[in-house]
Structures are given as structure tokens and as C-alpha cells.
Design a protein around this ligand. Structure first.
Ligand code: SF4
Length: 378
């Protein structure tokens, strides 16, 4: 919901399109928008937090927030018994929690995934228009045609997709588990059709050697990190270690001391002995990194420079749409409930459940190669 004090930001993103005759991929630039909520004044901010704490108790609700949303929504989730995490753990937590209402602060696909896994629960989001360039850039009709053209391939999609695209997939992955799942599929002889993020797909392909045919989408935030400018910053901070999310371009990933999901970045920052880090992921992560590592210095990897377009300036415009006022409003009124067609949800749940079973088995100490019953031969 747009208030009079909010502003609107125009956002360009890439949508890959397949030319059927030659089979070549081309990208079209598309336009979207994101609302920029006004920051509340200190007194209003405190009052909104109190209201949310009360409403969570009254409504038997729990907050599930992503690392990239406003620090207030991260802190409030943790303080009230909810969760701040990556999309894999958000999905698992929402499914397993006893609360009947989940308030998901993040982007649309996260709310949809929560609803698919907990169809009996009420899932609310601060803003249903909070989307993702990867989701927008992978419309189901085009993607289905791409899958139909390659029936010999196992379809692996990233979590950042619509319920309809998930329903077309054999496997779902997040950046926390993509390497292990693709590697296990490769070992069983599967050729892979991957969507939608080309940088993450490229990283997985380089690491595993799997045969992967790519959809060419990208994240508008991570796509903007610049290797040339990153090298210059590394020269200024020679002791700094570089932590990179694999949605970043390959030349940025090549400069990393550690590559991984948001959770992996947090773990690396905690475990490495270095006192300085340069971080190539959404700047929303800085809150958690700094809170958990008070003695360490965290610098944002550059998105500016000679070739900069600065569509996002390292902060997702759609994650930024989540705000305290809307969390309070949806809890109070029940507005912004996420709905997923039940039949579509049942189909979309299959690849999600496979991923959750696979990662639970890995967590339980089984190595990826032993998870044969979950994979099946090509
Ligand atoms: S940061 Fe990138 S991948 Fe994440 S929601 Fe925003 S656009 Fe999508």
C-alpha cells in the first residue's frame, strides 16, 4: 500500500527470451517499480514496534524475516521468537512453527513458498508487490516452452521463482544447497536445465562440471558488483578477506576468499580470523554481520565505478518495501494474505519437499553421494 509520504522507484531488469528458430537466447530490458517507504520518526517507530509485539501475541502469529530487509524487521523477528535467515531456513521454520499466522518479510516468492508448505496457515506479507528480478524475468509460459524443448533434462530451479515455475520443476534449490544437489544429480547421470540466475548457474557449473543448460536471468543487486573496482578496494585494504554471494558475476566470484549463500557468508565472517571483510551481497546483510561480529570491519563491495548503472546500489528495492507500518497493518487487518491455487501448490510442493528432505539428510550427517533414493537415476 502506498502512503502519501512514500516514493516510487523505477527498476529495470532483464528478461531472457528464446528465439525459437535458432534456439538462441536474447535479453529484453523490462521495467518494474518498487515503493520506497518513508522512515518513521523515532516515537512512531517505537509505537509501531510495541503494536506489532502485542498483535503477534494476540493473533498467534510469528515473524519470518530475510537478512536483506530493514534491521527493525530483523531484530523484531528475533526478539519475538521468530526467525531471520535465508530463504531455505525461512521455508523450513514457517512449516515447522506452531503459529497459525506467518508474517513473511521478504519478497513475494518467499511468501508463496511459505503458503505452499503450510497451506493450512495464514501467510501475510507487508507488501504483496515486493517482487524479485529473477522471478519477474522467468515467466512460466516462456519457461515451460524452454522445458518442453529439452525433455531429456532434469529441471532445477532456484527458490527465486513463482509457484507456477516451481510446479514445472523436478528440483528446487537455494544458494545454500545448490552445489550439493546439482553435484548429486550429475553423479547420477542427469543433464540439467537450470533457471533462472545465470551467474549462480555458472558458478555451480564451474564447481561441479555438470552439463547445465541455462536460463539467462540475473539479480539486479548482485549483477552490479564490479571486479575492477573491487580489485581497487582490495588494494586499499590488503588484509581484508572477500566474501561473495554466487549471484554475482564470475569475475567478482573469482576474487572471493569465500563464496556462498547469506548463511555461508555469515559463517565465514564469524569463523575467519581476519578483522576486515569486503562483502558482495545485498547491504541488508551488514546489520547481521556487524551485530554478530562487533570487533570486525565490514565494507560493501563496489557497485559504482566507470561502468556503473546503479540500478540498486547494493540494496534490493523490493526487499526495501517491507516496513514496520505494513507489518502492523497486515497483522491488525489480515490484509495482504498470500494465496496459492491448491492444485498448483501441491505440484509446486514436490520439488520443495525434495530439497528439504535432501538438506535435512545432509544436515543429519549423510553425505550427498549416499542420498541415492532421493535422487533416482537419469
Ligand atoms: S536481492 Fe536480487 S535475488 Fe534477492 S529478491 Fe532482490 S532482486 Fe531478487
Amino acid at each position: 500500500m502506498t502512503n502519501t509520504t512514500d516514493t516510487v522507484k523505477e527498476v529495470d531488469y532483464e528478461q531472457p527470451q528464446r528465439e525459437t528458430a535458432a534456439g538462441a537466447a536474447v535479453c529484453a530490458t523490462k521495467h518494474a517499480w518498487a515503493r520506497v517507504p518513508a522512515e518513521p520518526a523515532p516515537a512512531e517507530r517505537a509505537a509501531l514496534k510495541d503494536k506489532i509485539r502485542r498483535l503477534l501475541r494476540e493473533k498467534n502469529a510469528v515473524m519470518v524475516s530475510h537478512y536483506y530487509v530493514h534491521p527493525d524487521l530483523q531484530d523484531l523477528a528475533e526478539e519475538t521468537g521468530g526467525l531471520v535467515s535465508d530463504s531455505l531456513e525461512m521455508a523450513r521454520f514457517g512449516r515447522d512453527h506452531t503459529a497459525q499466522t506467518l508474517v513473511v518479510s521478504g519478497v513475494r516468492f518467499m511468501g508463496e513458498t511459505a503458503k505452499i508448505l503450510s497451506p493450512e496457515k495464514r501467510v501475510l506479507m507487508p507488501d504483496l508487490d515486493a517482487t524479485c528480478s529473477l522471478d519477474l524475468g522467468c515467466p512460466v509460459d516462456e519457461f515451460s516452452a524452454f522445458c518442453d524443448a529439452h525433455p531429456d533434462r532434469t529441471v532445477v530451479v532456484y527458490a527465486n521463482t513463482s509457484a507456477a515455475v516451481k510446479a514445472r520443476a523436478d528440483w528446487l534449490v537455494t544458494s545454500s544447497c545448490a552445489l550439493e544437489i546439482v553435484s548429486a544429480l550429475k553423479d547420477k547421470g542427469h543433464k540439467i536445465l537450470w533457471a533462472p540466475d545465470r551467474h549462480l548457474g555458472g558458478y555451480i557449473q564451474r564447481e561441479t562440471g555438470a552439463d547445465m543448460l541455462m536460463w539467462g536471468g540475473s539479480c539486479i543487486v548482485h549483477d552490479e558488483f564490479k571486479a575492477f573496482e573491487l580489485k581497487a578496494l582490495m588494494k586499499e585494504h590488503p588484509a581484508a578477506r572477500v566474501l561473495v554471494h554466487p549471484e554475482s558475476p564470475a569475475d567478482v566470484v573469482a576474487l572471493a576468499d569465500a563464496v556462498g549463500s547469506t548463511s555461508a557468508i555469515l559463517k565465514a565472517a564469524h569463523e575467519m580470523e581476519a578483522q576486515e571483510f569486503i562483502v558482495a551481497t545485498d547491504s541488508g546483510m551488514m546489520h547481521k554481520l556487524r551485530t554478530l561480529n562487533p570487533g570486525k570491519l565490514f565494507l560493501e563491495a563496489p557497485t559504482a565505478g566507470n561502468s556503473a548503472t546503479c540500478k540498486s546500489c547494493a540494496h534490493c528495492p523490493w526487499m526495501a518495501m517491507n516496513c514496520l507500518a505494513d507489518v502492523a497493518r497486515v497483522l491488525e487487518t489480515g490484509a495482504n494474505e498470500v494465496h496459492v491455487d491448491p492444485a498448483l501448490g501441491l505440484r509446486a510442493r514436490i520439488p520443495i519437499d525434495r530439497m528439504l528432505a535432501f538438506t535435512a539428510a545432509l544436515k543429519g550427517g549423510r553425505d550427498a553421494g549416499s542420498l541415492v533414493p532421493l535422487i533416482g537415476a537419469a
